[in-house]
Design a protein around this ligand. Sequence first.
Ligand code: FAD
Length: 317
Amino acid sequence: MKVIDHINQSEKPLISFEILPPLKGRGIQSLYDHLNPLMEYKPAFINVTYHRSEHIFKKRLDGSFEKVVVRKRPGTESICAAIMNKYNVDTVPHLICGGFGVNETEDALINLNYLGIDNVLVLRGDAAKNESTFEPEPGGHQYAIDLLKQVVNLNEGVYLEENLKNTSKTKFCIGVAGYPEKHFEAPNMESDLRHLKAKVDAGADYIITQMFFDNAKYFSFVKACREIGIMVPIIPGLKPIYSKKQLTILPKTFHIDLPTPLSEAVASCKSDTDVEKIGQEWLLHQSKELKESGVPVLHYYTLGRPQVIANVVKDLL
Ligand code: FAD
């Protein structure tokens, strides 16, 4: 079932989770162990992130270097299928521009359609580890909107091969990313919102936000979106803090701020067990306020601490 249908058919805020595929070498059981404590809270859907391959240089015996392509977390499509099969829940694979040519993207979409997956979250992806700015594959997509248009085309039965006749239409529900604290490359919020609106005008059904720790940022983002005519559901993305290291890692990686009361409380903790407690309380407080405000879905990034998320959702319901 499509994410947008879940939203439209529900009278109260839904719950959804986001997971990463297991690291290469770890079995599917590690994923089920991660999800098991969360499934009793009946998520409407589960997002599965996509991780592009990296180039690394491996030293040969003769001292020279060999360029090797490594993918640490393969298998988004098959992970989605496995989750649907085991838990009978909808999944949302993330699809990115980076590392894909348009033909590979089309094949990936065809595979997802065969698997009965009704949803995709379309993203640009970040720059590859060895590049300073995002570079598309030759002939690949530069921005998420270009990938989105390819999905919209397939939904209309338009494939890359122009002379195909009587083509079968896909029916993907399409989500896109939004940034309450602005995407880090955008020169200003106005420009970022303009590009977000373009994605919605081109066919995005809903937006999921980058994580934020200050609900005021989400509320003013939604207001700014509505003012420029972005009327689709805007799903808040939420993540718990559970270690002191996150005080520097989260702002650096995701270009977000941590509110002073939260950062000071975390900084004064003696151990990460204390941080986890603070993080859980903060997330519960955020979730309650967002729920009361009538958000369509509370979307939790579960990486690292599924039990913290389970505790929060238990107290919330
Ligand atoms: P875009 O919408 O293409 O925007 C990128 C930048 O370009 C923005 O600054 C925007 O303002 C600007 N822009 C957009 N269109 C134009 C245009 N036509 N001309 C000029 N500028 C333009 N990354 C992964 O690799 N895998 C994942 O699974 C993943 N999941 C994510 C899930 C969520 C909910 C979020 C919020 C992010 C996720 N990301 C993931 C990270 C994402 O790929 C990066 O944030 C990336 O840098 C931007 O992706 P985007 O889809 O927002 O890009």
